[in-house]
Design a protein around this ligand. Structure first.
Ligand code: G4P
Length: 197
């Protein structure tokens, strides 16, 4: 997606060979126009043939783009929590998510009231690194007996294992920007393969 790539080129900062800082538009300050366009892009890709009934993301950085996607699809957004809410009962789906980036394990939870077996759920997240967050969300959907309609990612770090893991597990993964490398402070994108007819 060109608008996103342009933002990454002009405002993204490769903090190391593994970590890209994008807090001026994605995960601290948020660019509403970019979120709107990304929501349209996810909806256009995933709304073919399969009827999506809900969007599911994880707090906090997935919420903005999850919301614009849900708005575009005309369905509710649910976000998994990393800390138990005071008002949530014990009626929860729970999944353990290990973060390689932060080297910590989080338990993510979603109330059983918000996912049912007939749901077709689109998972949305801001980054795809090792795929742990997406697999945790998929596990929650599957615990509910619902179906994962696909996985939409804003920024995929293609040099890490996430995409391969999710694709091998049979999920339809669509990333708006795919990063090949972050070497020497430079962001290099994985160009889409050209298709010759
Ligand atoms: P994984 O889910 O694909 O395995 O990724 P990982 O555990 O490595 O990611 C853990 C957290 O780090 C996630 O945020 C993810 O968005 C973030 N992250 C991963 N790689 C990058 C990166 O290159 N740059 C930035 N800025 N963030 C990265 P989180 O803990 O869920 O935090 P938040 O959603 O509250 O912001």
């Amino acid at each position: 997606m060109d608008l996103l790539k342009e933002k990454i080129r002009t405002e993204g900062l490769a903090l190391s060979e593994e970590v890209l800082k994008v807090d001026s538009f994605l995960n601290h300050q948020i660019d509403p126009l970019l979120m709107t366009e990304m929501g349209k892009a996810f909806a256009a890709y995933f709304n073919k043939g399969k009827k999506i009934t809900k969007v599911l993301t994880i707090e906090s950085s997935g919420i903005a783009v999850g919301l614009t996607t849900a708005l575009e699809l005309g369905v509710p957004l649910v976000f998994a929590r990393k800390k138990k809410s005071l008002t949530m009962s014990n009626d929860l789906f729970v999944s353990k998510v290990y973060s390689f980036t932060k080297q910590e394990e989080n338990e993510i939870t979603v109330s059983k009231r918000f996912i049912s077996p007939d749901d077709h759920i689109l998972l949305i997240d801001d980054f795809l690194a090792h795929g742990e967050a997406a697999l945790g969300l998929a596990s929650i959907v599957e615990q509910a007996g619902a179906t994962v309609a696909g996985i939409g990612i804003v920024i995929e770090k293609s040099f890490q294992a996430g995409n391969e893991k999710l694709t091998k597990a049979g999920y339809d993964v669509y990333s708006l920007a795919r990063i090949k490398s972050l070497q020497q402070g430079k962001v290099e994108f994985l160009e889409e393969e050209l298709v010759y007819e």
